[in-house]
Design a binder for this molecule. Structure first.
Ligand SMILES: Cc1ncc(COP(=O)(O)O)c(C=O)c1O
Length: 402
């Protein structure tokens, strides 16, 4: 039987727990977080077990393991297993919300100008289909208080606003948004809130029931570093029975369990479940390491990177909140751009130079007319990685490349 997380040595340098290419300085777990080796091993071991007797896994073992994984993840995130649906990633979870949320013609869904591009597209198309209004709030620039963020969103609310979609931590700008305060205010207006949360998992303690949103969507591969293909959708109360799956299948348990509201989601056709269920050993991994160990390592290092890069490129910051408010990722303006339609598959030339000439993997994003460098720091990041990044940026600045 699968035993989950293998034993591993905690006394070695943190970086040795990852299998990152030694020729690469990897500063982009904000996009794709690599799993630690013990989690990879648990994941592969589960895959082997599935392959050794697939019918036993799909008919007998799978649903118990799903429930166990869901309950452990729910406990970690401050909610009950019954409120949590495992999903392949945040994109799938957000599409389920978009497909399920009731919108009449003229109703409004309100996002803001720091939201993730694909999430914007999901809601723009959903609003178009339903004859609803796709609203866009502008957050203050620079962001200097959580209260100002809340005010800027509610300044845009109308009596037809039905749903606010808001990141817990924004993707292009790496800013934590005050989601609990947004939910409290939304409740007074009878507006639902959907929080897009993939960057918050592990970066900050997340208590889903305490946040008080109607929906919370996340991937778990970024900071939490579960295998790729892991995520969840959190919802509660009567909203659960209104959720519509993206895929229709048997809509019932395959092991003969009693009827349950999750039945339409638990089986979406035969798939490889090893990644999703490896959230269990990932929870064990972080339990063993301690989340605070990660934060104590990553937060000061990202703050140091921020200060040193901002000194090289003196520009107005996009956020003046204290660094610990934001966490282990920071976006720093290094220039301006009039190209806002850049294809995501065509990186900025600086990003390509950093990758190809210097082996540094880091995103350069275009946002609101600014070119931003987004630094992600995790336990597998070392001081010398930040030194190398800063020295390289200085070299490229002196060379006139930036
Ligand atoms: C804020 C935010 N939401 C959603 C997503 C989508 O995540 P995934 O591709 O894992 O579905 C991302 C990915 O970078 C993101 O940063």
């Amino acid at each position: 039987m699968w035993t989950g997380l293998p034993e591993f040595d905690l006394s070695q340098p943190w970086k040795n727990l990852w299998s990152i290419d030694p020729d690469v300085t990897y500063l982009n777990c904000g996009s794709f977080g690599p799993s630690p080796i013990p989690v990879q091993e648990a994941h592969i071991a589960l895959l082997r077990e599935i392959e050794s007797y697939p019918a036993r896994f799909f008919f007998q073992t799978r649903e118990d393991l799903y429930e166990k994984t869901t309950n452990r993840l729910a406990q970690y995130l401050g909610t009950k297993g019954d409120n949590l649906l495992l999903a392949g990633n945040a994109t799938i979870a957000m599409n389920i919300v978009a497909q399920s949320f009731p919108l009449d013609p003229g109703d409004e869904v309100l996002l803001n100008n720091h939201e993730y591009g694909a999430v914007q597209l999901i809601w723009r198309e959903t609003c178009q289909r339903q004859g609803a209004v796709y609203g866009m709030a502008e957050l203050p620039h620079p962001i200097n208080s959580p209260e100002a963020i809340v005010e800027s969103i509610f300044a845009r609310v109308t009596d037809r606003t039905r749903l606010i979609v808001v990141s817990h931590i924004t993707s292009p700008t790496a800013i934590q948004l005050p989601v609990k305060a947004i939910c409290e205010r939304a409740r007074k207006h009878d507006i639902a809130v959907c929080v897009d949360g993939p960057h918050a998992i592990l970066m900050h303690p997340v208590d889903l029931d305490d946040i008080g949103c109607q929906y919370y969507t996340a991937s778990c591969h970024k900071w939490f570093m579960a295998p790729f293909g892991t995520g969840f959708l959190h919802t509660r109360g009567a909203l659960k029975s209104n959720l519509k799956p993206l895929v229709t299948s048997w809509a019932r348990s395959l092991s003969g369990r009693p009827k349950h509201w999750k039945d339409r989601f638990l089986w979406q056709g035969t798939s490889n479940d090893a990644a999703l269920l490896s959230m269990l050993p990932t929870l064990d991994f972080w339990n063993k390491i301690g989340e605070e160990t990660f934060r104590r390592h990553a937060f000061p290092l990202v703050q140091q990177a921020h200060e040193r890069i901002a000194e090289l490129f003196p520009r107005e910051p996009i956020c003046t909140l204290p660094p610990e408010w934001n966490g282990s990722m920071v976006s720093i303006p290094i220039g301006v751009t009039d190209d806002s339609n850049r294809n995501i598959g065509q990186p900025d030339t600086l990003q390509t130079t950093l990758r190809e000439e210097f082996g540094i993997e880091i995103p350069i994003t275009y946002w609101n007319g600014l070119k931003l460098i987004r630094v992600s720091v995790h336990l597998c990041t070392e001081q010398r990685d930040i030194d190398y990044l800063v020295d390289t940026l200085k070299k490229l600045k002196d060379r006139g490349t930036i």
